[in-house]
Design a protein around this ligand. Structure first.
Ligand code: FES
Length: 109
């Protein structure tokens, strides 16, 4: 299992969840009723699933050029920005902390 702690820019209470490896961070959020926009359906063709990886970046796959292009179009991109649909949880036993941007500022489809 992978443990993910979700924290929220909008001030919502943090939530810690456990998911099987193989899921993405986006899937882990949705499986646990955490609102995270995903306008393109998780195929790296938008930037609405943008998150900040506060801890555990080394446990995630490397960022591709395509992902970087879409991160550049996200609101307030930072060095630890990722697209959550592209962050597959690869390693059992890892801990990841994810900061979710305020979803009310993102235009959902
Ligand atoms: S849902 Fe569109 S890039 Fe992740």
């Amino acid at each position: 299992m992978v443990t993910i702690k979700f924290t929220f820019e909008d001030g919502s209470e943090a939530k810690e969840v456990q998911v099987e490896e193989g899921y993405s961070v986006l899937e882990a959020a949705l499986l646990n009723n955490i609102k995270l926009n995903h306008n393109c359906g998780g195929v790296c063709a938008c930037s609405t699933c943008h998150v900040y990886i506060e801890k555990g970046m080394e446990a995630l796959p490397e960022t591709t050029e395509k992902e970087e292009d879409f991160i550049d179009r996200a609101r307030d991109p930072r060095l630890n920005s990722r697209l959550s649909c592209q962050c597959d949880l690869m390693e059992d036993g890892t801990f990841i902390e994810v900061l979710v941007p305020d979803q009310s500022t993102i235009i959902a489809s």
